[in-house]
Design a protein around this ligand. Sequence first.
Ligand code: ATP
Ligand code: MG
Length: 402
Amino acid sequence: MKTNQILVRYGELSTKGKNRSSFIGRLRDNVRQTFMDLGGIRIKAERDRMFIASDDEAEIEQVIQRLPKVFGIQSFSPVIEAELDMEAMKQTAYDVVKKLNREGKTFKVTVKRPNKAFPLEKLEIMHELGSHVLRNFSELSVQMQHPDIELKVEIREEAAYMMAEVIQGAGGLPVGAGGKGLLMLSGGIDSPVAGYHMLKRGVRLELVHFFSPPFTNDRAKEKVYDLAEKLSQFGSSVNLHIIPFTKLQQEVHKQVPDNITMTSTRRMMMRVADKVLEETNCKAIITGESLGQVASQTLESLSAINAVTHTPVLRPLIAMDKLDIIETAQKIETYEVSIRPFEDCCTIFTPANPKTKPKLDKVEYYENFVSFDELIQEAVDQREIIKFPRVKEEKLTYDNLL
Ligand code: ATP
Ligand code: MG
């Protein structure tokens, strides 16, 4: 059985009217980026479907493994090639159905025959293949409407192509189709999940992480690298901006009373993020905040934090339960990384009794004693930028042109 291409069905983008071709172009580039390390991949993007082909079956296997993470895809099917010979086709049809291994299910065959030179007519081919399969799998019964297994056969000039397996895609929109957002990525469970939800809606990510050496160590940084690597596997690369945050954090602790340092620290993060956002052409800040989880995540707290910026702050997890967030974190494989026990800058500076209802005027009052502008600019200027995925070679793509 030779699988040398994958047929890809587009997701929601099929309904996007005249934006369609740019969506398809975006998806094609994301697919190309995802498989950049595989040398023999060929991509053909048509109006209604895309084909990913390679003559190397090991590469096709890689495509099947990784494609379920690429957003903008409804489902996909491995396409199996058979010789233009009825016996070979029967054998392939048998192999394809056997692989699906669904006992007691319903079945049908459909045939397209663009190759008019093939000696048998469409109905004859259907009959031959169908009865061969039914003879060999006595538990299958024919059903024309919504069968469990639909064996699709296309007789072309060079070969016959068959497929039956339908693998669920990730859904969503191609990453990048929705512009770019700046994710505040901590080492915790929530922010990577927030990033995932935005990626799924087509938003490409830049990442900022606030790092406070020597209070936080390189293991904590490694954790964030690993999370960035995970977030780069959904069809689009990401840049991680590591912000040296120690001076700002210490200054906040000098200037404001203990119980509102949390609010003030977050406000400094926002101010830094705003500057990175401008430089990187992002249109929104994204956080992993979820209502009521901790003191800084009450409505009062969030509005005191928000008051420092005019940029839209998106919080995809705001109304989600922790258990649901954890479930997603497990699904996207960030959970194992997030629970490694290295503290990030906020955990270390967390006061014993943070205010759950900080007053904005009070926060502003204390922050006013010094100008934080210089420290903020210094943190932005001294940031380190790393591109993920780290392993793949760089090429010019649609993404890089944004
Ligand atoms: P997470 O699980 O994402 O760390 P959390 O429940 O621990 O979230 P907080 O510590 O209050 O909540 O952080 C709220 C949000 O602020 C995070 O989701 C993240 O977006 C941002 N954030 C917190 N710490 C950092 C950091 N060191 N670097 C970048 N962003 C951060
Ligand atoms: Mg955290």
